[in-house]
Design a protein around this ligand. Structure first.
Ligand code: PEP
Length: 234
């Protein structure tokens, strides 16, 4: 069983989500399917597909215009939320400290956070990939986790770029994350790979040791692109 999570970013409508949910509902799979969608679509219901958000506030409530709290996301019936996505780190200035505060909010409200870590192209070229990944895991995850979390390794230079690291690079990153999680007392935490996953590379990526599933951006928006990823593994 793998976890196949989609990230719709700022795309779609309730109608397009209902259509994809309908298409996915008839797919025979043992994999866990999650769609992380804009807040406005969190009310769309599905028996087979778990719905999640893409971010939550680091605060509980109050004068934070435009923000949405983890309790509000949970109130909509969502079960998951992405936290620390590359685009939130890039455009909203999220740091590992912010991500940890948001993950604490998610956990306190019964959501499963999908905590993203990964290196930029500058960090990769400076030979800092492993350092950034390990500090991302250690600093972004709250210290007292006692319910489910998911970690996603997303090389930031590869997201939406049609680029992927080599299988050896993905294996090295995922082994480091698995070992770091074990050292933190969180062995068994699922670790997803994300960045430019599509039907043609999904099976190979999910055969790499310590890859427990994928986080899919662009290719999760249309059933014709997403279903081959879901059915590429048992
Ligand atoms: C993402 O946004 O998390 C992502 C992995 O995007 P893409 O699959 O389009 O690279």
């Amino acid at each position: 069983m793998k976890i196949i999570a989609g990230n719709w970013k700022m795309n779609g409508t309730c109608a397009s989500l209902e259509s994809v949910v309908h298409d996915l509902s008839s797919v025979e799979t043992n994999n866990r399917i999650i769609l992380c969608v804009p807040y406005t679509m969190l009310g769309v219901k599905s028996d087979k597909i778990a719905i999640g958000a893409q971010d939550v506030s680091a605060h509980t409530h109050g004068a934070y215009t435009g923000e949405v709290s983890a309790s509000m996301v949970a109130d909509m019936g969502a079960k998951y939320t992405i936290i620390g996505h590359s685009e939130c780190r890039q455009y909203h200035g999220d740091t590992n400290d912010t991500v940890r505060a948001k993950a604490e909010q998610a956990l306190a409200n019964g959501l499963i956070p999908i905590i993203c870590v990964g290196e930029t192209m500058d960090e990769k070229q400076a030979g800092k990939t492993m350092e950034i990944i390990e500090s991302g895991v250690r600093e972004s995850i709250p210290s007292d986790v006692n319910s489910d979390i998911i970690v996603a390794y997303e090389p930031r230079w590869a997201i939406g770029a049609g680029l992927t690291p080599t299988s050896d690079e993905i294996a090295a990153a995922h082994t480091l994350i698995a070992n770091t999680l074990t050292d933190m007392g969180l062995s068994g935490t699922p670790v997803l790979y994300g960045a430019s996953v599509k039907g043609s590379n999904a099976a190979e990526i999910m055969s790499i040791p310590n890859v427990d599933g994928v986080l899919v951006g662009g290719a999760s928006l249309k059933s014709d692109d997403f279903i081959p990823i879901i059915t590429s593994v048992k």
